[in-house]
Design a protein around this ligand. Structure first.
Ligand SMILES: [Zn+2]
Length: 138
């Protein structure tokens, strides 16, 4: 019997899905059960579509946070790990404050960011994969 794993998109919604190994979450996993559904995703009956919706939101959120740190230099610290890899992290005093709105658009609160960073993030969501999916509150 294959091992079962449970996955929840922490912070995004309350859905809990079960899938078979492999261990790591990703597009490759085969979900087989919606253990629990949040009200937003409850109408998606098909398990794979349900997983795709929840995982898609999680991926969008994570990718956008990474792109904020790549784009807005004022918001980040850069360190080099033991292997020589560059690690970007939030500068003290700044953080990623976000939620998904009623239309499941990612809303990012940039009100505490410097003007340069706000402008960079507005440019990032204009004419890109984020257009229509991400909203920046300035
Ligand atoms: Zn959900």
């Amino acid at each position: 019997m294959q091992r079962k794993n449970r996955w929840r998109n922490i912070g995004t919604c309350e859905c809990i899905l079960q899938f078979l190994a492999p261990e790591t979450i990703g597009e490759h996993v085969i979900p087989f059960l919606v253990e629990k559904s949040c009200p937003v995703h409850a109408e998606i009956i098909d398990v794979k579509l349900h997983f795709d919706a929840v995982y898609g939101e999680n991926s969008l959120k994570n990718k956008f946070e990474t792109d904020i740190l790549k784009t807005a230099t004022a918001l980040r610290d850069t360190t080099i790990d033991e292997e020589g890899k560059t690690i970007l992290s939030w500068k003290k005093g700044f953080y990623f404050k976000w939620y998904f709105d009623f239309d499941r658009k990612l809303v990012v609160d940039a009100r505490k960011y410097p003007l340069d960073a706000k402008n960079q993030l507005q440019a990032l969501i204009a004419n890109s994969e984020y257009t229509g999916k991400v909203i920046i509150i300035v």
